[in-house]
Design a protein around this ligand. Structure first.
Ligand code: ADP
Ligand code: MG
Length: 410
């Protein structure tokens, strides 16, 4: 007999109640129904498979795209007393993990997609009892998604080889194309779609043309005393900004994938512990970082897509207190994006163009920013959000020289 989910939520995870659609997703999974859960960053997707993993007999296999992400999750699962392990290139205890899996001594097993799709892995699963396949960051399966990972395409045969094991795909990416593609690629019927609300009412959206970046950033830092992230487009830019902003007296560090692992770890730990630090980072910073009191996120240049923007800006204000997301953009960002479109393979150009056009519409609208974001995710916005720059101070007119659409088609 299954333990009551609400009781497990309290006793294992220490939470009083499910949030948003968590209850609905968990219920479907426990009933063995294939599901695609679309929930914003920070909404608590992990719980949707971790709780069933504890409740159901057998092991939940979690496919996840990044070793760092897996190991973060392992640490927190183990801290809760959940029996979790991973099979990655950096794990030394493969033999022990495989034995534990076969012996029924694991609740959660994390693997990368390229591992999961191999024959050896399927043979291993044949010897074990599998409760659930959870495919995290499931947008990676779609060419429409912003992080296409071809290895995700190879998962389908594994899933189909275990027809009695339910599958749960999870992502924060919700545009209609990607959503439909995930369902098809992973063999989940449309009725298995569960979408949660995307609005983050405590985040104030502000978008401005770049006009003397360092000066603008100094003003932003002065107005926002709490911890913040400044996303910069290049590694070199993160270091220059950290240096320049540090001179104004605010504690500031840089983070990018080119730094030595111990420097990265040290800077990240300092940021997590700080109540005022500014991290100048590339988008490598943030995946899997759970700091609830980030008060502001600045984009010093155009993000890759609305999905990326939503995910990155969504790292602000997870505690529900007021937070600000500021996007500083320039015409040259669009020019560069257009140049990049010319360099990708023809089959993907239309998708890239659509993504950039959507960003153009977001930064140029004279209307509500939140409305543009929410409509992008298929959600009906409130008529007036009252918490974006345009709602707070409606612009008199738009500067036509900055028209992104024009730049794109030029
Ligand atoms: P996502 O993968 O959707 O971005 P996570 O699974 O990393 O989100 O969860 C984000 C944070 O929310 C974590 O700190 C997690 O412990 C917390 N959380 C998840 N579910 C609940 C809940 N029901 N009540 C309170 N906090 C929760
Ligand atoms: Mg997650």
């Amino acid at each position: 007999m299954l333990t009551d989910p609400a009781a497990l939520l309290r006793s294992v995870f220490g939470f009083e109640a499910f949030r948003g659609v968590q209850a609905q997703v968990v219920e479907r999974v426990l009933a063995g129904q294939p599901t695609l859960a679309i929930m914003p960053t920070g909404a608590g997707k992990s719980l949707c498979y971790q709780l069933p993993a504890v409740a159901l007999p057998g092991c939940c296999v979690v496919v996840s795209p990044l070793i760092a992400l897996m190991h973060d999750q392992l640490r927190s699962a183990n801290a809760l007393g959940i029996r979790a392990a991973s099979l990655t290139s950096v794990d030394a205890d493969w033999r022990e993990t495989q034995d534990r899996l076969v012996a029924g001594d694991l609740d959660l097993l994390y693997v990368a997609p390229e591992r999961a799709s191999g024959d050896g892995f399927r043979a291993l699963l044949d010897r074990a009892r599998i409760a659930l396949f959870a495919i995290d960051e499931a947008h990676c399966v779609s060419e429409w998604g912003h992080d296409f990972r071809p290895d995700y395409r190879l998962l389908r045969p594994l899933l189909d080889a275990f027809p009695d094991v339910p599958r749960l795909a999870l992502t924060a990416t919700a545009d209609a194309h990607t959503r439909a593609d995930i369902l098809t690629q992973l063999g989940i019927p449309a009725e298995g779609l569960v979408i949660s609300g995307f609005d983050r009412p405590n985040i104030r959206y502000v978008m401005q043309p770049r006009d003397g970046l360092k000066g603008q950033l100094r003003e932003i830092l002065a107005a926002n005393p709490g911890p913040g992230i400044v996303y910069a487009p290049t590694r070199a830019a993160t270091e220059q900004l950290a240096e320049a902003l540090g001179q104004s007296g605010r504690s500031t560090r840089a983070y990018h994938a080119g730094l030595a692992p111990e420097v990265r770890a040290r800077n990240q730990a300092a940021f997590l512990a700080s109540e005022e630090m500014v991290m100048a980072a590339t988008v490598a910073f943030g995946m899997g970082i759970d700091k609830p009191d980030v008060r502001f996120v600045v984009h010093a240049g155009l993000p890759k897509s609305i999905e990326s923007y939503y995910q990155e800006s969504g790292r602000a204000g997870r505690d529900g207190d007021p937070a600000t997301a500021i996007l500083l953009w320039g015409a040259e960002d669009f020019a560069r994006a257009r140049q990049r479109i010319g360099e990708v393979e023809p089959a993907r150009q239309a998708g890239e163009r659509t993504r950039i056009m959507a960003l153009g519409a977001l930064v140029e609208t004279a209307g509500c920013r939140r409305a543009v974001l929410l409509r992008h995710f298929g959600e009906d916005p409130p008529p007036f959000c009252g918490n974006c720059d345009n709602c707070l101070a409606p612009p008199a007119s738009i500067d036509a020289t900055l028209t992104a659409q024009k730049l794109l088609s030029a």
